[in-house]
Design a protein around this ligand. Structure first.
Ligand code: MN
Ligand code: MG
Length: 649
């Protein structure tokens, strides 16, 4: 059998374990950020998604357990939300007294030793979460999320138990049994209270993770823990502790009482070479500030494994060696050795989920909403896209309802959207193309193809104009009086062409581009934005706005001016696709009407060639202002339209 990933039982560890009496090999196994990926199925596309899901991870867990005599299994949170199955359980079926949530049933079947709460556990509100957790057979820990305001870190009013302490009889290299007391403390980003403000306001409070751990650790030690494990739903952020920081694994690892840290939240893998430049991080041994650590990605595609060698001297345990690695279920799927049929653990997970899975399949095949108009991206570059308007409005509404700071709520909220499916390399059928009528879940995925999370930035008018200039790199320069230039720059993909909903921009395409296709400023004097209006008035450089966008763009991808950490004022990890689905399901009227948009400065006697999908023929009336004339099709199959720029469209 092909064995994926690194050697599952590091030679050095095996040797140490073999030393024998009083030396114990303890293996910690982590899942994290499952986001309710239980079976390997993409409910948006309505097709299997091999290599993902807890059912596949169960096989990895089963193997990892078989290789070591002492194992503990933990989940590090964000298990409750993330696929349509979660909505089916929460909204369609509901949890009655005594009902087991499928993810809890699955974790019970796999015999987890402890579970920590992440931030997404709160998406469905506190009551639902509490009903869910009642079914868990193992301790659920969370030390910094409180049900009362005002108490200090270390206060007693925690939502779940702050830590768990349990004893296991561990077996040493010569078969001798020893008691080992394990303390497990749970921590989650305090931002959870803000991110889910709409369901948690006045019901949940949070403390800083590092301060909370510092407050609890002495008690855990005094209670007799030989080994303290932090189940920290947090990623590797900056080394320095800042009150309330979201990714606090490094300052946590530096705390004296913590021996091992299991991470999550970031959806990344650790150990991984990408972290090699971060101070206090050792990607070879897999340690943070010298403490063994692991992070197992997300969606059940990986598990994290930490092998510890513990030595018992005169009744006291010492951690003498460690090694961390992650294992991939995708590799297993690719090598054909995964599958519920071949693993008992996978089969148990599958059995726990079966009913909810079929209910979810029924649900995703039912209409989620209705659109009065066809939603497509054929003409997004001409400033006309019903599909983009719908996404923009869903984003705007989500952010508007959740902006906590009154100083921000008073600013105008704009929404930036891009036609992800806009031909190019995706070919002539690579457009969003949804007929008017009922919308099913796969249409939502067609409207929003990437699993980006929502984000919002605070920007000055000057940055907004730069944003629009960057976007204008999507057009070729058109010489006045010509008729055969391609309108679109072939090297700018749809996702880097942004339209800002509620801003009316006029581009002068006779001007050179200020930015190149990669977003580099190439001509400081060049200006294509002739005018940008918000509610009829020009956007002034000092004006302030909230701009709704996504996690990808907010992280700086595509080089849009002003995107970055400094300007980020809202983020809640909710996928824009889910937000859009909720928006549609709420019965919002989908008329695709745009609030603002883009247009071109009239160029008398000038036209350009606009290539789009041949299915756009059914919608040519929408671009009547460009007097489109068909000019055949390209070899790749794109429809060529001559668009008249005399009137600017
Ligand atoms: Mn997560
Ligand atoms: Mg998280």
């Amino acid at each position: 059998m092909n064995r994926p990933g690194p050697a599952p039982f590091p030679a050095a560890i095996a040797d140490a374990a073999a030393i024998g009496g009083g030396t114990v090999h303890l293996r910690l196994i982590e899942t994290t950020d499952l986001h309710l990926h239980l079976l390997p199925y993409d409910y948006y596309a309505d097709q299997p998604m091999p290599g993902f899901g807890l059912a596949g991870a169960a096989r990895l867990i089963e193997d990892a357990r078989a290789e070591a005599s002492n194992c503990l299994l933990f989940d590090n949170g964000d298990f409750l939300q993330g696929t349509p199955l979660g909505d089916v359980v929460a909204y369609e079926r509901g949890l009655r007294e005594g009902d087991l949530h499928p993810v809890v049933a699955a974790m019970n079947a796999l015999e987890y030793d402890a579970i920590a709460l992440g931030n997404h556990e709160f998406n469905y509100g506190l009551d639902f979460l509490q009903k869910t957790l009642m079914g868990a057979k193992c301790p659920v820990v969370s030390a910094n999320l409180m049900t009362a305001p005002g108490t200090r870190p270390g206060g007693r009013a925690t939502l779940a138990r702050p830590y768990a302490l349990f004893e296991r009889a561990v077996v040493d290299g010569q078969g001798g049994r020893h008691p080992l007391r394990i303390g497990v403390i749970g921590l989650a980003p305090p931002q959870v209270v803000t991110w889910d403000r709409h369901v948690l306001d006045g019901r949940l409070w949070a403390h800083d993770m590092v301060e909370t751990a510092r407050a609890w650790l002495p008690e855990i030690r005094e209670a007799g823990a030989d080994l303290v494990i932090a189940l920290a739903h947090t990623g590797i952020g900056p080394p320095r502790h800042v009150e309330g920081m979201e990714n606090a694994a490094l300052p946590l690892a530096r705390l004296d009482g913590i021996d091992v840290i299991l991470m999550g939240h970031d959806h990344l893998l650790f150990p991984a070479p990408g972290f090699s430049a971060v101070p206090q991080v050792d990607v070879q041994s897999g340690t943070l500030a010298g403490k063994p650590a692991v992070m197992a990605g997300c969606w059940g595609a990986h598990i994290g494994v930490i092998d510890l060698v513990l030595q018992r001297d005169a009744g006291t345990w010492h951690l003498v060696q460690s090694r961390s690695h992650t294992r991939s279920g995708k590799v297993m799927a690719a090598t054909g050795c995964a599958g519920a049929d071949r693993s008992r653990a996978s089969a148990r997970v599958a059995a726990s989920v079966r009913d909810a899975h079929s209910a979810t399949l029924q649900s995703i095949r039912r209409p989620v909403g209705h659109s009065d108009v066809a939603l497509h991206t054929f003409f997004a570059h001409l400033g006309i896209s019903t599909a983009l308007s719908v996404v923009a409005e869903a984003q705007r509404r989500h952010v508007a309802e959740r902006l906590a700071d009154p100083g921000l709520r008073d600013l105008p909220i704009l929404s930036a959207v891009a036609p992800f499916k806009a031909g190019g390399r995706a070919g002539p059928s690579g457009y969003t193309d949804i007929p008017a009528g009922p919308l099913a879940l796969r249409h939502i995925a067609d409207l929003y193809a990437f699993p980006n999370a929502i984000a919002a930035l605070r920007l000055r008018g000057a940055a907004l104009i730069e944003w629009l200039e960057r976007s204008a790199a999507a057009f070729n320069r058109i010489r006045p009086g010509t008729s055969d230039t391609l309108l679109r720059h072939p090297d700018v993909p749809g996702y880097n062409f942004e339209v800002i909903d509620a801003v009316d921009v006029t581009y002068d395409l006779s001007q050179p581009a200020r930015y190149d296709a990669q977003g580099r400023l190439i001509d400081r004097k060049a200006r294509r934005v002739v005018q940008a209006l918000f509610e009829g008035a020009p956007v002034a450089p000092a004006d302030e706005f909230i701009l709704c966008t996504n996690s990808y763009r907010a992280s700086g991808a595509g080089c849009f001016a002003g995107a970055g950490r400094e300007s980020l004022v809202f983020r809640d990890e909710r996928l824009v696709r889910d937000i859009l689905r909720d928006h549609v399901a709420r019965g919002a009227p989908l008329d695709g009407r745009r609030r603002g948009g883009l247009g071109f400065l009239p160029m008398p006697g000038t036209s350009a060639i606009f290539e789009t999908g041949p299915a756009a023929r059914a919608h040519l009336d929408e671009i009547a202002a460009f007097s489109p004339v068909e000019r055949g099709t390209t070899r790749a199959g794109f429809l060529r339209l001559r668009v008249d720029l005399s009137a600017g469209g």
